[in-house]
Design a protein around this ligand. Sequence first.
Ligand code: C5P
Length: 231
Amino acid sequence: MAELIVALDVASRGEAVEKVKTIGDAVGFYKIGLELFAAEGPDVVKAVRDLGKRVFLDLKFHDIPRTVERAVKSAARLGVNLLTIHASGGRAMVRAAADAAAEFGEEAPKILAVTVLTSMDAQDLADIGVAGRTPAEQVRAVASLAVDSGADGLVCSPLEVGSLSRSLRPGTIFVTPGVRPAGSALGDQKRVATPAEAVRDGATHLVVGRPVLAAPDPVAAARAIVQEIGG
Ligand code: C5P
């Protein structure tokens, strides 16, 4: 069964707690990203956990293996359930993250790899030395590298999840942002899928921000998505 994760894209711990309380039982999983973490640090993770929610910490670690290993352990001690690294950090870095998480046994956070940022096109890739591959080819290459090196799953766009879920090993987690319920505003998202489409293509978790947080009735908006994905 796919799960809804609401992106807590707010600037302060106070706002985050207010949103989580407002949404209540309708959502059990929240994503904390760079904006909120840079402002409030581990306290905001603790605050969301204290409200009984699971946390996806989206800090996209990308550093030498030893540093990533230690950062993953720090995040795991906060009790997060999912966290992100950049697959382009290479095999040793992904392996270091996976091994660090595994030390936490049953409580281990799942490691998700980010492949190619959706903001990058072929020219951006060429500029950083990835020439001769389309973004889609680069996504496939680093997705395989990440999963082969121990990552539990991937963050991928709704347009990529179908081919990746068919080609990677069963049990891989696919977390998909860029999801828009039919009729909701796109905001700055350009290539979107509905919740049902993303899940049909293999998404195991959907990350949705504004369609829930900015809805006139966030509880109803969240419940409608959960119902659409069969929760
Ligand atoms: O408000 P919205 O539903 O567009 O929020 C999507 C969330 O997923 C944001 O936190 C955004 O940073 C994140 N995300 C994304 N596209 C990616 C990777 C992450 O929208 N390729």
